[in-house]
Design a protein around this ligand. Structure first.
Ligand SMILES: Cc1cc2nc3c(=O)[nH]c(=O)nc-3n(C[C@H](O)[C@H](O)[C@H](O)COP(=O)(O)OP(=O)(O)OC[C@H]3O[C@@H](n4cnc5c(N)ncnc54)[C@H](O)[C@@H]3O)c2cc1C
Length: 459
């Protein structure tokens, strides 16, 4: 997804954008296999956060509508999703309420297909499938990238090369040829494992139950959680996850039993009466990996984004949105260097790329800080509790912020306005500082005072 988004971003500044893809991808959606060699997580359910969906609209005009036309299911995260967290149910809001969190549930296959189709209507973008990149080419003094080498030996010259080749990116090895050191890397692995299965949604489910999606969070409890996500063809993609090797089994009985063991039985009850389609697919390469390319002196013209730069624990559904945000950042920073509306020209604009890699990777790292904190926070806690990470003393500031956010989440369970704001932060529509707006902070303060008063009077 980050590659498609980057191609769209760069097409406004470059005469020609070539998207090199290692896999062979049929143009017909139905002919497309549910598996993708280059995207091992392809079969797994993918939630596009609302912030990401909004940005998709800028890069792939008509994206949301096209998903809907292809059968993507409407999901409003405030009005269609029931959730269980902190020992409390969060009921969906009535349909008559206004909500900023309208979205579409679709498979990764449909989302990618839709974005790719829209992209291919741009005359200066071409997609070259079956083209595995195996190396980069540089200028004689290694100061600038000059192109890429393909597995078949062909070389393609380029002014700028964006690596968006995902979690298994080899770009740091390729950069070694230009004398670059490997980026410092952080890995936080809680041993999370997915088991997912597709089901036919029982007829009129939404009408009868008032929700079409369901999220069960692990707190407080075992670390097991689940999500029912509606997708095209009136289906649910069901995700069950567990930590530290406690992964959902793939057999019928074991999978249902795992669903039954979640803090509430709603997902179990729903899938027990739904018709399964296909087997349970497991996935366990879910570790958080952050490659600090902002600390590397990159040759001019190389940029790295998406999972190639940072992979997140996927349960928070952030990966695609961060990849898309990275692509927009790329466009905005480069356009700033070129000047408003100015197109890149090999002869006149080369200077614009000098030091650009450092600037881009530094800004990208800043953009990734918040999602990284979200993705790693609980994982670190579990690893510390299991003695796999050393204990960490929190600063007073961190303690206060953590306490505030916990109170805010509790408040969101009961208060629609706080919930809407909290979801908007989680869906990357607004920055986390939005939670400190006086209209929210006053409600959080009130609930804290009520709690303190309750504790005092019951003592
Ligand atoms: C189990 C699981 C569930 C997830 N759920 C969500 C979710 O709900 N929401 C969400 O936003 N994110 C989710 N993610 C994360 C999401 O899949 C990634 O963050 C997102 O796909 C990143 O996109 P990318 O373009 O960087 O990499 P990828 O999507 O992995 O794409 C890389 C592309 O590069 C191609 N490629 C690779 N190497 C080469 C090469 N050498 N030459 C040419 N082409 C090459 C591949 O074929 C592929 O097309 C999940 C991840 C996992 C593992």
């Amino acid at each position: 997804m980050a590659g498609l988004a980057s191609a769209s971003s760069l097409s406004s500044m470059f005469d020609e954008v070539l998207l090199l893809e290692r896999d062979t991808i049929p143009t017909d959606l139905e002919a497309m296999s549910a598996k993708r060699g280059g995207v091992p997580q392809f079969q797994q359910p993918h939630v596009m956060l609302v912030g990401g969906l909004q940005l998709c609209e800028k890069l792939f005009s008509g994206f949301k509508e096209s998903l809907r036309e292809a059968g993507g299911q409407p999901v409003d995260w405030l009005k269609d999703c029931k959730a269980y967290d902190f020992g409390v149910y969060m009921e969906p809001l009535p349909q008559s309420e206004a909500s900023p969190l309208g979205s579409v549930g679709a498979t990764r296959k449909l989302m990618e297909h839709t974005a790719r189709n829209i992209l291919q209507t741009k005359p200066n973008i071409s997609l070259q499938c079956g083209s595995l990149v195996t190396a980069l080419r540089f200028s004689a003094d290694n100061s600038t990238v000059s192109g890429v080498v393909l597995k078949d030996g062909n070389e393609i010259s380029a002014d700028i090369v964006v690596d968006a080749s995902g979690r298994n990116s080899k770009v740091s090895e390729w950069l070694e040829a230009a004398g670059c050191s490997a980026p410092p890397q952080q890995v936080i692995n809680s041993g999370l494992g997915y088991g997912t299965r597709t089901y036919k949604m029982p007829k009129d489910w939404r009408l009868k139950h008032g929700w079409n999606s369901f999220l069960i969070s692990p707190r407080p409890g075992t670390g097991r959680q689940g999500l029912l996500l509606p997708v095209e063809h009136d289906r649910w993609q069901v995700i069950l996850t567990g930590l530290a090797g406690d992964h959902p089994p793939t057999d019928e009985e074991g999978y249902l039993e795992f669903a039954r063991s979640l803090p509430q039985k709603d997902i179990y009850e729903a899938i027990k009466q739904a018709e399964p389609i296909g087997p349970v697919y497991t996935y366990s390469r879910t570790e958080n990996v952050r490659r600090h390319y902002e600390k590397v002196d990159l040759p001019a013209g190389v940029c790295i984004l998406g999972d190639a730069a940072t992979c997140f624990n996927p349960v928070y559904g952030q990966g695609m949105t961060v990849g898309i945000k990275g692509a927009i950042l790329l466009r905005d920073l480069l356009q700033k260097r070129l000047g408003p509306g100015v197109k890149f020209s090999s002869e006149q604009s080369k200077g614009a790329l000098k030091g650009f890699g450092k600037e881009f990777q530094t800004e990208l790292a800043a953009l990734q800080d918040f999602p990284w904190t979200v993705a790693t926070g609980d994982d670190e806690k579990h690893l510390r509790a299991a003695g796999k990470l050393p204990p960490k003393k929190k600063s007073v500031g961190e303690t206060i912020i953590n306490w505030y956010f916990l109170q805010a989440i509790r408040c969101a369970m009961h208060d629609y306005k706080v919930r809407a704001k909290f979801f908007s932060v989680n869906h990357m529509m607004v920055p986390p500082t939005a939670m400190f707006h006086p209209s929210i902070a006053s409600k959080v303060a009130l609930i804290s005072i009520k709690d303190a008063w309750g504790a005092l009077t019951s003592a």
